[in-house]
Design a protein around this ligand. Structure first.
Ligand code: F0G
Length: 360
């Protein structure tokens, strides 16, 4: 019988802050593909590029790595309900893991600002969904307040169990490649994931597996770029709704990760994000939601500025699946709706329509 990946807690139990006897709530998260992408290496003028395709997690985003830890520990603490603020992916994940655990989930989302796919996931997993008249940052303040004063367990990334689970992505990159990349690149919203990768790489270095830490490059959407402004932003705006965040919760951790790893933060425009979103699905075969293309879009900007050495080996995390936000994929590069061509059932007519040559 073929072996099945057991989820990040079972696979990395020796390296996670959790009791061996603790309950494990898992949906088989982690073990995601590291897709070799020579097309991107050529585009960026570097040696090697791989995509860590986190959309292949059970609920379609990297959040599941942290949620298995957070919900397992919530159960160990006797919690009967979990709560999170979310731009969509955390809520989908929290709702699914709470369903698996048989407890209640409450999700607070910014009104009108999450994609239908993500909303459908929270509904499907029977979350109690509240649309807050405010943005993600307002939702997080409310979630923290409720969890501090009522019987509900917070599973946002301010809960250290989340980052502890998410650090396993660094372990997988090392296990797959046998070395750490020169650069690790990703989108940054609340900065939890950026901080979690750093934690993972730092532990790999501490344990003697790697000598140098990857330089971590984190990219934000231009209209939601507090790290580049150097202060929180009151009204973040971007089409990349997953990272529409003005006051990142993991500010200090991320700043430290940037400094110690020798990394950088920078911005990309919504147009650059959408261009890369299309390029990844058209040319690499990897369909991600627009926010998830932010890291690769930033790398193209850096390549054009001549900031990337030709010898560089780079891993880019693409954070969420394209099916979560299909609206942008259904439009062409001019913003026009793409409609499949209608045709008859006649083979000769269809062949002509397709410009196919007849076999000789
Ligand atoms: N990419 C996707 C697809 C996300 O959903 C998020 C965050 C990020 C990147 C940024 O990660 O916050 O750790 O820096 N989504 C959160 C949510 C905020 O509620 O789903 P981060």
């Amino acid at each position: 019988m073929a072996k099945q990946w057991r989820g990040v807690i079972a696979e990395y139990i020796d390296r996670l802050d959790i009791d061996r006897s603790a309950p494990v709530i898992t949906l088989g998260e982690g073990g995601t593909p590291l897709v070799h992408a020579p097309v991107l290496a050529k585009l960026f003028g570097v040696n090697e590029v791989w995509l860590k395709v986190e959309g292949m997690n059970p609920t379609g985003s990297f959040k599941d790595r942290g949620m298995t830890m957070a919900v397992s520990k919530a159960i160990a603490h006797g919690a009967r309900a979990v709560i999170c603020a979310s731009t969509g992916n955390t809520s989908a994940s929290a709702a699914a893991y709470a369903a698996k655990a048989g407890i209640k989930s409450v999700v607070l989302i910014p009104e009108g600002k999450i994609t239908l796919g993500k909303l459908a996931q929270a509904i499907a997993h029977k979350a109690h969904i509240l649309q807050v008249q405010g943005n993600f940052d307002d939702c997080l303040v409310l979630a923290r307040d409720l969890s501090e004063n009522y019987a509900v367990h917070l599973v946002n990334s301010v809960n250290p169990d989340r980052l502890e689970g998410q650090k396993t992505a660094s372990f997988e990159v090392f296990d797959n490649l046998g070395f750490a990349p020169d650069y690790h690149v990703m989108p940054v919203g609340n900065a939890g994931n950026y901080s979690a990768y750093f934690k993972g790489y730092l532990e790999l270095q501490r344990d003697g597996f790697i000598k140098d830490l990857p330089k971590q490059l984190g990219f934000q959407a231009e209209g939601a770029a507090p790290f580049i402004a150097g202060h929180p932003i009151a009204n973040p705006e971007t089409i990349a709704t997953a990272i529409r965040i003005g006051n990142p919760a993991s500010w200090d951790l991320a700043m430290k990760a940037k400094e110690v790893s020798g990394g950088e933060f920078d911005t990309v425009t919504d147009a650059e994000i959408l261009w890369m979103h299309r390029y990844l699905s058209n040319e690499v075969g990897v369909f991600v939601e627009p926010s998830s293309a932010t890291g690769a879009a930033g790398l193209l900007k850096f390549a054009k500025l001549g900031k990337l050495p030709a010898s560089a080996k780079i891993v880019i995390t693409v954070t969420g699946h394209g099916l979560k936000d299909v609206g942008w994929a259904l439009k062409d590069e001019h913003g026009e709706e793409v409609k499949p061509t209608s045709c008859s059932k006649n083979a000769a007519e269809v062949a002509e329509l397709l410009g196919l040559e007849r076999n000789t």
